[in-house]
Design a binder for this molecule. Structure first.
Ligand SMILES: [Mg+2]
Length: 272
């Protein structure tokens, strides 16, 4: 089975055009973890589809790469046609469970297994290339850092690829970010464990920490479980994913990363 290019399992595809960023939507009043202090001293950002557009910058490139590999492995078709078939399959099943079977069958491959292996290999090892942050990401990080808010990134996926993304985005040399953690698919470090580490490192209380991400089942759930504030960016591969219960409901849902600063918290008031 494939994983999403973000390193995480995708959910139903987004076929609608993205709406223009709008102001945040207020969700239900947060639960018990929302306590007295409205002061945020630390923000933990997810990477893919939170600080940059992973869906648009990575997914098509990787499928193109896989399509080319399928042709080179002997699939009797034009690489462009294979790419289009892959994207159709991706839209039908973003989990990519049947993509190779479907595409090899469609083109009548004689050795589907070898071709599927080549596709998988190419898909996973597609080089990161040049990536760009959302235009609002750096201004937000710097806005927060200027006010003494400690910014962290916790990225999930294949650490080698995630590190390459961070480098391509210039985040490895961005002074407004204190540290980047790489949670991995092998669960050597889970997101929740990374959040705990940050809490320990900063010696802050959960209610002084905000988690910003796009996935209800990952960072939103992990943040909530630890009693941190949560904001969901409604964007990307997981935009259609519905929270599975209250524990995956973010305190706020926004459509543009810049909207974070408009949320009703005090940013980085002096520590006691
Ligand atoms: Mg993400």
């Amino acid at each position: 089975m494939y994983i999403a290019l973000s390193g995480e399992m995708p959910l139903p595809a987004q076929t609608k055009k993205q709406k223009k960023p709008t102001t945040h939507l207020r969700r239900k009043p947060p639960q018990a973890h929302r306590t007295t202090s409205p002061v945020i001293r630390c923000v933990i950002f997810d990477l893919d589809d939170t600080l940059y557009d992973c869906l648009r910058q990575r997914v098509p490139v990787a499928h193109r790469h896989a399509a080319q590999a399928m042709v080179e492995a002997g699939l009797n078709a034009d690489a462009e046609a294979v790419y289009r078939a892959r994207m159709r399959a991706f839209r039908r099943d973003p989990m990519l469970r049947y993509i190779d079977a479907e595409v090899t069958r469609h083109f009548g491959a004689e050795n589907p297994e070898a071709i599927s292996n080549a596709a998988r290999e190419a898909y996973f090892n597609c080089s990161v290339g040049e990536l760009k942050l959302f235009p609002e990401s750096l201004p937000l990080l710097r806005f927060l850092a200027k006010r003494g808010v400690r910014n962290f990134i916790v990225s999930f996926g294949e650490p080698r690829i995630q590190r390459a993304k961070v480098k391509s985005l210039g985040l490895d040399r961005e002074p407004s970010i204190e540290k980047i953690y790489y949670a991995d698919r092998g669960n050597v470090l889970t997101k929740e464990a990374a959040f705990r580490k940050i809490r320990r490192k900063t010696r802050l209380k959960s209610e002084e920490i905000l988690v910003v991400g796009d996935r209800p089942a990952r960072e939103i759930r992990a943040g909530r479980e630890l009693g941190m504030h949560t904001v969901r960016l409604l964007h990307g591969e997981f935009k259609a994913q519905k929270p599975m219960g209250l524990e995956e409901e973010a305190d706020y849902v926004i459509r543009n990363i810049a909207d974070v600063r408009e949320l009703p918290w005090i940013w980085g008031a002096p520590q006691k």
